[in-house]
Design a protein around this ligand. Structure first.
Ligand code: B1M
Length: 224
């Protein structure tokens, strides 16, 4: 039992500090040590369930990362490394979710709105939300309202996330929200991106604005 806790704690630290696998030189203090990729495989092989790995290692790690980022204690590169480490762990876990053996908390459809090609912030939000136990449908960049609607049709009950980085594409965000609302009056819509504000969110009829990935995770916690 304590071996299991020790292994999950070690995996959690790897994800928090962005240790992807044994070959990864980052962070230098963990050089030549097993990373998230190997430790997840070992955890599954020793009988720890994918749910326990997610709940007791990945989610707490990504939550620590999200809070440190919100407090400006770490920056985009460290967050990206943590997300990469988490993704290397998810390589082993994903098949269990896809087979339906293990359940996710919900589905989150995310994309950057029409006309906007910025995706770094959107990807961080997607990875943090995946790390909090949700299935992610990432529609990419320059996503039309129709594409969001098609995806919402395929995934009933999904929450929608819209990102915009340009003042010019904020208008497309407004249009996307109103098109989605016409078809799905009760669908939950989360918005974010550098020029977006809580006031703008309210004005366009979205449900929630988050300035950063952790705020998005916290909002989904309320919905799950
Ligand atoms: Co662009 N760009 N860019 N650009 N670019 C900005 C945004 C800009 C502020 C630069 C500037 O002028 N100072 C400016 C916008 C001005 C404005 O409208 N207010 C700008 C411009 C003008 C343009 C072009 C028009 C330039 C041109 O061609 N003349 C052009 C537009 C192309 C298009 O989209 N149609 C353009 C192009 C590009 C690149 C392709 C070169 C590249 C994008 C590469 C990529 O994303 N793959 C790029 C980049 C890199 C930037 C800057 C430098 C960095 C953006 C970034 O990734 N930040 C940016 C200036 C800057 O911010 N310093 C700039 C890091 C990222 C982690 O932060 O995306 O804010 P951010 O995400 C945050 C939060 O906003 C939040 O969480 C993230 C983490 O905290 N968040 C969400 C984001 N989405 C969320 C969704 C949520 C919740 C939170 O819920 C769903």
């Amino acid at each position: 039992m304590s071996d299991m806790k020790e292994l999950l704690d070690k995996l959690s630290v790897c994800v928090e500090f962005g240790k992807i696998d044994i070959k990864s030189p980052y962070p230098p203090t963990m050089r030549d040590q097993e990373g998230a990729f190997e430790l997840t495989r070992i955890a599954l092989d020793t009988g720890i369930s994918p749910g326990e790995i997610l709940e007791e290692a990945l989610i707490p790690a990504m939550s620590r990362v999200g809070h440190k980022f919100s407090r400006n204690e770490i920056f985009v590169p460290q967050m990206l490394m943590a997300a990469k480490a988490m993704s290397s762990s998810m390589i082993h876990l994903r098949p269990y979710y896809l087979s339906g053996q293990t359940k996710r908390k919900g589905t989150f459809i995310i994309g950057t709105v029409t006309g906007d090609l910025h995706d770094i912030g959107k990807n961080l939000v997607a990875m943090m939300i995946e790390g909090s136990g949700w299935e992610i449908i990432d529609l990419g960049v320059d996503v039309s309202a129709d594409k969001f609607i098609q995806s919402a049709e395929k995934h009933p009950g999904a929450v929608i996330g819209l990102s915009a980085l340009l003042t010019t594409t904020m208008e497309n965000m407004r249009r996307t929200v109103s098109t989605l609302r016409e078809k799905y009056p009760d669908i939950k819509i989360l918005v974010g991106g550098a020029p977006v504000t809580a006031e703008f969110c309210e004005k366009i009829g979205a449900d929630h604005y988050s300035p950063d990935p952790q705020g998005a995770v916290d909002y989904l916690k309320i919905l799950a």
